[in-house]
Design a protein around this ligand. Sequence first.
Ligand code: GDP
Length: 299
Amino acid sequence: ARRSWRERLSGSAFARSLGSLFVRHPKLDDDLLDELETALIGADVGIEASTELVESLRKRMHKREFADAPTLLAALREALLVLLRPVEQPLQVAGRQPFVVLVVGINGAGKTTTIGKLARRWSDEKRAVMLAAGDTFRAAAVEQLKTWGERNAVPVISQGQDADAASVIFDALQAARSRGADVLIADTAGRLHTQGGLMDELGKIARVLKKLDADAPHEVLMVIDGTTGQNAVSQVRQFRQIVGVTGLVVTKLDGTAKGGVVFALAREFGLPIRFVGLGESATDLRVFEAAAFVDGLLP
Ligand code: GDP
């Protein structure tokens, strides 16, 4: 499984720029560290995190703690892990029946795909899963979810076009309770350009869920497109003003994504990173593992 993280991440800008850096520049000196800083910033790690990381390595290099490039790399690996270990907190889907997961994020982030992958994962674990088609703004999103549910024998609760999202999700929770479902995953709309509307809608969803279960939703999972760079950071900031996000999913980290945004998110918010998307198929949604991720990025 470790190897597959590497296969998926080795094409990233992060892995490629670090790989070539140590080949071009095997000598340990300040130039190497300047280039390392540029590479980390270029890979979306964020300016502050990159500077802090490199300055701490620089001090240790001046104290001659590193004998060669491999020992410097080992120290870099450890410093990256220090950033990510705190956010390696897998989602525990237990203790509630149904366990209600509200999925939020802007259109195109990979919400619907992620919901399909999660439904598949939890069904495979022999949990009874139900879906709520709460992205009532986009007819295609409802259809996409329904089609997916039919193919995978997962019930999808939906209403007609332009239905009220809170009403769909309320109905879905009632249905999930009466059918004894283990997990309810609710999709939501993701139009950030009408922040007021989105705020009202997500607020209303949370309120109606609480009428049936005072603790619901038990997880508010925000899906973020990993290719959007530092933009991802401002998206999370905006959503956190609207709804109490409790976990993140970073998608599309396969291919040419910069990957470094995961470090920037971890440092900025400290929110659990529950899953990462390393491809389009169901098994490509991985429970986030800090060490596998870092090892996939480093040369
Ligand atoms: P939504 O608008 O947020 O519901 O986004 P969708 O679920 O429709 O996803 C948008 C596109 O991103 C689709 O083409 C997905 O196949 C693609 N996608 C989602 N997750 C991943 C991933 O982890 N890797 C890759 N390569 N593509 C992904």
